[in-house]
Design a protein around this ligand. Sequence first.
Ligand SMILES: *Cc1c(COP(=O)(O)O)cnc(C)c1O
Length: 398
Amino acid sequence: MTPSYQQPTARGYYGEFGGAFIPEMLYPNVEELRTRYLEIMADPDFQIELQQLLRDYVGRPTPLFEATRLSEKYGTRIFLKREDLCHTGAHKINNTVGQILLAQRLGKTRIIAETGAGQHGVATATVCALMGLPCVVYMGATDIERQAPNVARMRLLGAEVRRVTSGSQTLKDATNEAIRDWIANPVDTHYIIGSVVGPHPYPDLVARLQAVISEEMRKQLLEKTGSELPDFVVACVGGGSNAAGAFYHFLDEPSVRLIAVEAAGHGIHSGHSAATSVLGTPGIIHGSRTLLMQDEHGQITEPYSLSAGLDYPGIGPLHAYLGAVGRSEFLSITDDEALAAVSELSRLEGIIPALETAHALAALGQLGAGPDDVVVVNLSGRGDKDLDTYLKNMDKLV
Ligand SMILES: *Cc1c(COP(=O)(O)O)cnc(C)c1O
């Protein structure tokens, strides 16, 4: 039997990527999580509570919608997996609902998180309100300016948003501060990481919690097309959690082509990009060995994308591995191409996507998919949070 792509080794490796490169002070926290997460998640009571919340609170299963006007335009059969219809407007809540249940079973009474665009912060603040747990969200000062509505949402939900003014004052700096907090509060605090990044077991934990996306897709495709397997699954990649969830139950089905779409910003080689699979080299970021954008001295290069959810300088180790062994294919999309895809989906299907998601949609023209092919695009989130950006770029939208 060929080995499964789904699971890392016991130490969290996907090929040469992954692992847990953490300061000594963080070891007890990470070790507690590592030794307990699988056992807790396998517990029937945990599963019952998780399934109930996913159904009644998050709104799952999300629909698989056949986009006929979009299909006509691209000459192939396109389905949209509607994660934009999840509570709080994106896939992020699939992960936070699972992690808060895990935190409770670990006896934790305080939650911390990092956020970039604010979607993960909102999803974390939401589940903390639901469970009555105090919540601190670290967010870069730059992102606080760019994402005012999400900052307001987090505060309304009762979370404390802590402003991070170190470094570039964006996501990677917020992550560093959250890690510092966790080191200082090892006993009572659980750190909810928002993507398939960080030290083992986070990449595997988050991938398992997002895998519900592809689990549902298989059933829905069988109903709508007569086969559980599509020809293509397309998803955008920031850290890679929505892509990991959309790919998960197809990883060991070699006939399904898995397309990961990164943000090229102003263009891959413009110096203003977040296309890690092309520009990245192996290194360690936030406790994990993966591909990351760095200079010859190992200093992290500032990533850029108009979309605050995609400008992370690394990708999850699973994606670094899938790309390296040829199981997934990476494409990249510029800001302008993504903006054009926003108006295209809005006008052809009456769905305004998030700017991150628009990167996946903009890749449709590059797939080479034919009339008999079935393509699933993971519609990771809705565009409400990006309306300000869309208004400022109206000339590129029409
Ligand atoms: C956060 C976010 C992303 C990027 O994160 P991944 O972990 O790569 O999924 C993509 N789309 C939306 C709507 C997001 O909120």
